[in-house]
Each structure stands twice: as C-alpha cells, then as structure tokens.
Design a protein around this ligand. Structure first.
Ligand code: NAD
Ligand code: DAU
Length: 352
C-alpha cells in the first residue's frame, strides 16, 4: 500500500515517515513545499531508500497532486501539511488561510477526483487521514473536563480557526461525497526535529546559548504534552482500525503549566550539561509579554482511541523530555543548519 504524506519534511511529518519505515517496507510518497518549517535533512537517512519518493510541491497544486496520486497508485493520504505556529498566525494570518483552508480544499478535490476513478475494491480500502489539533476546541477553565470528540469547536486564534475550517471541510467531503476520511485532533507534540520557534526546542537552544527563556504572561497556561512518536503510533492505529468518518482525540494525559515545562527542562539540562560556572539554567527564565488571545488550558480526553483502538502512549512526560533534550545535545549539526538567516529574523521580530 503506497501512502502519501503531506508536510513530510516538517516536525511530525518527518517523524511519521521515519516511524512508518521502521514498521513497513511499502512505498511512501513525501510531498512538501519546503517552507521555512520544512527541512529535507530530517529525511536524509532515507536518501538511499528506493521505497521513498520525495516530491517538492504544494498541496494546492491540482495537476501535480493528481499526477503522482496516479503514478504511485496511492491508497492512503496522511495530511500533515500546514502552517503550524500560533505566533506567526497572529503576525500574518494570510498564509494560514491559504495553506490550511484553501490548500486542504484543493487537496481534497484532487484526492476526490482520483478516488472516484478507482475500482470498487480500491475505493473501499482508500483512506484520507486529516491530522488536526486540540486547539480547535478553544480554551478550558481550570476545572472543566478534558476535550472529548463531542466538545464544541471554539477556536480563538487564526491558526486554530484555520485548522477548524479544514476539519469542517474534511467532514463535509465525507458526508457529501463519501470520501473515506478519518480525522485526528492531537495535543502538543515534542521530540526530535521540532523547529525551535516552539516552546520546548526554543528553550533548549536558548538555555544552551545562555539566552533568556521567554515565558509568556504568568507561565500558568496549561498544555497537554505528547511525545511525537506516540502521536505517530496513534495515527498508524487510526489508519489501520479507525472507523470512516470518525474523529479521534489523541493525547498523553500530561497536563503541565508552561512554567513547569521550562523548569523541568532546566533540571534535565543541569544534570546532562551542567553550566561551567555552576549556576542553574532556571536563572535564565524571563517573563515576557503574553500572546494575544492566549488559550489558558488544553487537555485531551483520549479515552475513545484507547477504548476503541487499544492505543496508549509509551512515554511519560519525563522520559520523553529527557530523550528530546538528549537528541538536541547530540544533533548540533542539525541545530546549526536550522538557526540561520530567516530564523534569526523571526526571533528578533517576536522577542525584541
Ligand atoms: P511543521 O510546521 O513542523 O511542518 C509543516 C510542514 O508542512 C513543513 O514541512 C512545510 O514545509 C509543509 N508545508 C507547508 N505548507 C505546505 C503546502 N502548501 N504544501 C506542501 N507542504 C507544505 O508542523 P508540525 O508541527 O509538524 O505539524 C504537522 C501537522 O500536525 C499540522 O497539520 C498541525 O496542525 C498538526 N498538529 C501539530 C501539533 C504540534 O504540537 N506540533 C499538534 C497537533 C496537531
Ligand atoms: O495544541 C496543539 C498545538 O500545539 C499545535 O496545533 C500547534 O501546531 C503547535 O505549535 C502547538 O501550539 P502551541 O501554541 O501550544 O505551541 P507553542 O510551543 O508555540 O507554545 C506552547 C505554550 O508555551 C503556549 O502556551 C505559549 C507558550 N510560549 C510559547 C513560546 C514560543 C511561551 O511561553 N514562550 C514562548 O516563547
């Protein structure tokens, strides 16, 4: 079964492709526009793998997508490609509307045309799995139960609004056209290849470079963290056993305040890479201006995927974070290639 992975050179997409090949020998077509967030270096270990086909292009390019869906006889699409950073969506929402909404619409149309021409058996077996986020549900207060799949959509920032719109399009293509879709809504991921604009990799790199660790507002916002490989295993299970048209929430029951996350990172670094002058990394924590429209708390109720598909995460937050810190310490070349030109421009714009 050849699968198409969109956004395959990004953080989760690349982890998914590598994870897929560790479980399967079937062909993978990786499609990526290689925006600032896409990095072919993430997939370099597959350079000699004849089962891996990389296509540089846009999910919205109907001719391109249609041609390789046919060429490779694709039987499943896992749709990761998106603009994914909330802070960037606040500075410049347009890219988010274009990629996450219009791009997803065009991709759905290319896939629908291809799927319509398949024979009955192939049509039945085909899947379009849309990878989405818990942010579409909006913000929880401290005592509210975690987001279940039935929680109303209440997105609060341009990124989450654009992802919510894409979820609705995918749902509509199932109900109206019968396209065999699955949707997953996952909580915050962390792990290898995470672009250092996001909290965890940004703080690891800033800590090591003796720079401030920027905590927005009071640092008491809560996120629910999942190690990226656990997200990948959940997606594999949904693809294999998920019921067409259904949505599955994915999370690790790991609610942490941002301040706790940054402090835990500091303790791990104190142990693995103590500072030469004996001081603690925690001293670098700096409170900065809050994000506008900052959601206070996300929490995922993952009982449906656990109950119906038998999926559970392998890592605890502590084991996953330790692996992540070690990965960044051991992959300095990757880090050095990523933190150049345009990246520095963004950091200056956001934090100056
Ligand atoms: P990312 O920003 O690291 O990667 C996105 C990838 O998509 C990049 O490689 C980029 O080049 C590519 N891309 C962007 N526009 C494209 C286009 N028009 N055509 C083809 N490729 C394009 O994002 P990520 O963190 O890996 O997230 C992947 C998906 O998972 C997103 O849909 C995101 O909404 C969702 N998600 C992310 C998290 C998280 O914590 N990171 C949690 C839940 C869901
Ligand atoms: O919940 C899933 C979402 O998680 C995904 O859909 C998004 O694609 C992904 O980027 C992530 O969104 P967040 O906004 O939660 O991630 P980020 O790492 O940007 O921020 C995590 C928390 O840390 C958030 O409350 C904002 C805060 N923060 C972030 C940065 C970059 C800081 O306090 N300081 C920072 O410098």
């Amino acid at each position: 079964m050849t699968i198409l992975i969109t956004g395959a050179a990004g953080f989760i997409g690349s982890n998914f492709v590598l994870d897929w090949f560790s479980h399967s020998k079937e062909d993978v077509v990786s499609l990526d526009l290689l925006t600032y967030a896409g990095n072919l270096e993430n997939l370099s270990s597959l350079n000699q793998n004849s089962h891996h086909h990389f296509v540089h292009g846009n999910i919205g390019d109907r001719d391109l997508v249609s041609s390789f869906l046919k060429k490779y006889h694709v039987m499943a699409v896992i749709h990761f490609a998106a603009e994914s950073h909330v802070d960037r969506s606040i500075h410049r929402p347009e890219d988010f509307i274009e990629t996450n909404i219009v791009g997803t619409y065009r991709l759905l149309e290319s896939v629908r045309a291809y799927w319509n021409d398949l024979d009955q058996e192939a049509k039945k077996a085909f899947r379009f799995l849309h990878v989405s986020t818990d942010e579409v549900y909006g913000s929880l207060n401290d005592k509210a139960p975690a987001f279940s799949e039935n929680y109303p959509y209440e997105p609060n920032n341009p990124y989450s609004a654009s992802k919510a719109a894409s979820d609705h399009l995918v749902r509509a293509w199932f109900h109206t056209y019968g396209l065999p879709v699955l949707t997953t809504n996952c909580s915050n991921n962390y792990g290898p290849y995470h672009f250092p604009e996001k909290l965890i990799p940004l703080c690891i790199l800033n800590a090591l470079n003796n720079k401030p660790l920027p905590v927005y507002g009071d640092g008491q916002q809560i996120r629910d963290w999942l190690y990226v490989q656990d997200h990948c295993s959940a997606i594999r299970e949904v693809l294999r056993k998920g019921k067409i048209g259904e949505t599955y929430n994915i999370g690790g029951w790991n609610e942490k305040t941002n301040l706790d996350v940054v402090k835990t990172l500091c303790y791990i670094l104190d142990e693995l890479k103590p500072k030469a002058d004996g001081s603690k990394y925690e001293n670098q924590i700096t409170y900065v201006k809050d994000r506008p429209g900052h959601d206070r708390r996300y929490a995922i109720d993952a009982s449906k995927i656990e109950r119906e598909l038998g999926w559970t995460p392998k890592e605890t937050f502590e084991t996953g974070l330790r692996k992540t810190v070690l990965w960044y310490l051991e992959n300095q070349a990757w880090v050095n290639h990523v933190v150049s030109g345009k990246y520095l421009h963004w950091i200056q714009k956001q934090y100056s």
